[in-house]
Ligand binder design. Sequence first.
Ligand SMILES: Cc1cc2nc3c(=O)[nH]c(=O)nc-3n(C[C@H](O)[C@H](O)[C@H](O)COP(=O)(O)O)c2cc1C
Ligand code: SF4
Ligand code: SF4
Length: 253
Amino acid sequence: MGKIIAVYTATGNSLYAARKIEGYRPILIEKILSGEETIPDDTESLGFAFPVYCWGVPYPMRRFIREYMAGRDNSRLKYVFAIATSASTPLSTLADMERELADIGIALAYSASVRMPDAYLPLQKKAVTEEKTRTIIGKADEDLAAISSAIADESVSIPTRGPLYHVMRRISPYAIKPEKTKLRASDRCIGCSLCERICPMGNISIKDGKAVFGDECISCFACYHRCPESAIEYPGAIGQYHGIVPTEDLIRR
Ligand SMILES: Cc1cc2nc3c(=O)[nH]c(=O)nc-3n(C[C@H](O)[C@H](O)[C@H](O)COP(=O)(O)O)c2cc1C
Ligand code: SF4
Ligand code: SF4
């Protein structure tokens, strides 16, 4: 009887959060989708960990639920929870997740959010320094310890929808959908292919020894923040967030 957390993460925060939940094994959703990993049939306790994207469930997690989870036999699941990591407030994200799961017949028993460092470049006003990261993670660790014991007790906490729920259910999926990106590789790119292997959308390829971006970008900025040569450019971006899990743990292919 396995205890699994299905994780979507771009910059690593949500994987870090999932690793703090005692007794559970976090697995990246891309590895489940590729068949490299599986959610065993006898799994009774299942969590989902993911970042808040535009006050909603991110596109890859939504797709995972609608395509993979919807096609699975979920009748053995007894305790299901969701953990969202966010830069400020999750607003109605957890209620959005509750609805996504309810739509495929899965009842969410418990949900919680935790504040983590922000890596969203279009709204970034200050660089994410190591000192700032340490401060935010110190508080997050306390919150995650409380979340972990609530999950160990199989606590119940259903998210409330709030006044913006219906608006965000509509806006969020469209605000951050796969599209063309302003990211580009500079002359510093050495064609190491790390970004290609990290991109959750498979949106980067190496051509003539240089990273080239396709039209399926979800602005997760995993590539930008983890490039070892700081070779990825984005208009107005200030510094990389090097993250709190090793880069190799984010490699998806
Ligand atoms: C595309 C995008 C949209 C985001 N939207 C929000 C948001 O609406 N509210 C918020 O608090 N944080 C938002 N964030 C911040 C992330 O939720 C936060 O940094 C999260 O911990 C990143 O998790 P990850 O490292 O697992 O990818 C956004 C980040 C990205 C990349
Ligand atoms: S990770 Fe950086 S250096 Fe490596 S291929 Fe991508 S852009 Fe180029
Ligand atoms: S190309 Fe877009 S989707 Fe892929 S890692 Fe970079 S920001 Fe994320």
